[in-house]
Design a protein around this ligand. Structure first.
Ligand code: GEK
Length: 245
């Protein structure tokens, strides 16, 4: 992402009652720094979306970037797509994110058409898709809506199409979950976040970012009818899965 963002210090001072996290202007202003320093392997995962685009995008088809934020995945896809007649549909329900995403895209030359859509990803239509990417977005969707969303994506994908889902994961038993959370905490400390920042951010995401186990994700993907599904990347409690229709 070539958008130079401010350093994330949103949780650096004591906040008292920590408010629930929202994708507002304050988050938008620090977003590239926040996600790079919070999600281990973020850039590797974004780059892979470009690699998969080169392999799986079909001529005359659509790619979807669901929960696009500032368009990092869309840009990675756009840079690798050589197939003719491809449209990239980048969707987010935060007006602040999409407005900044528009200015990021305007500054970044791209041959592919990227259409920005302000909507809930549960409400949009998906059709003639050869690549659908959900990088760290499904975790913010109510758990009871996830199966229907995956079924809609499966129905909108062309045969041979590819789905990427990247998520924070939950582990069982609780002792293993605790270990991987602590390793993630160490990762964030090494990125310069203080213990106060890490714990206040965790509180703000409580009951908003809802992680599930790898087994739950794979089971849901398979239940929709995907031919194959596997994690291709994991670092601590973050993973990226690829599924082929
Ligand atoms: C990246 N993929 O840089 N409908 C549409 N958008 C939503 C919804 C919803 N129901 N819920 C949340 N979002 C990006 C990073 S961030 C991940 C994705 C993170 C949007 C929300 O507004 C935000 O922009 C994005 O999903 C999640 O690769 O911040 O941890």
């Amino acid at each position: 992402m070539n958008d130079k963002s401010k350093q994330d210090n949103l949780f650096a001072s004591p906040l008292g009652d920590v408010p629930r996290f929202t994708f507002d202007q304050a988050v938008v202003d620090v977003f590239p720094d926040m996600i790079q320093r919070s999600v281990p392997g973020y850039q590797t995962i974004i780059n892979l979306c470009g690699e998969l685009a080169a392999r799986y995008v079909q001529p005359g088809s659509n790619c979807y970037d669901l929960g696009c934020s500032l368009g990092a995945s869309s840009l990675a896809i756009a840079q690798q797509v050589k197939q003719p007649g491809v449209s990239i549909v980048a969707v987010d329900n935060s007006a602040a994110m999409l407005s900044r995403c528009k200015s990021v895209l305007e500054k970044t030359p791209s041959t592919a058409v990227i259409e920005l859509v302000e909507a809930d990803i549960c409400d949009i239509e998906i059709s003639n898709a050869s690549l659908v990417v959900m990088n760290f977005t499904l975790q913010f969707i109510a758990i009871e809506k996830r199966q229907a969303l995956l079924e809609k994506i499966y129905a909108g994908l062309n045969p041979g199409g590819c789905l990427v889902i990247s998520e924070k994961l939950l582990f069982e038993p609780e002792s293993l979950n605790q270990l991987l959370s602590e390793l993630h905490h160490q990762f964030k400390s090494a990125q310069g976040y203080s213990d106060l920042e890490i714990s206040q951010k965790r509180d703000s995401l409580e009951n908003f970012l809802l992680p599930e186990t790898l087994e739950t994700h794979i089971h849901r993907i398979k239940a929709c009818g995907f031919n194959s599904a596997s994690p291709w990347f994991q670092c601590f409690n973050f993973a990226s899965l690829v599924a082929i229709k």
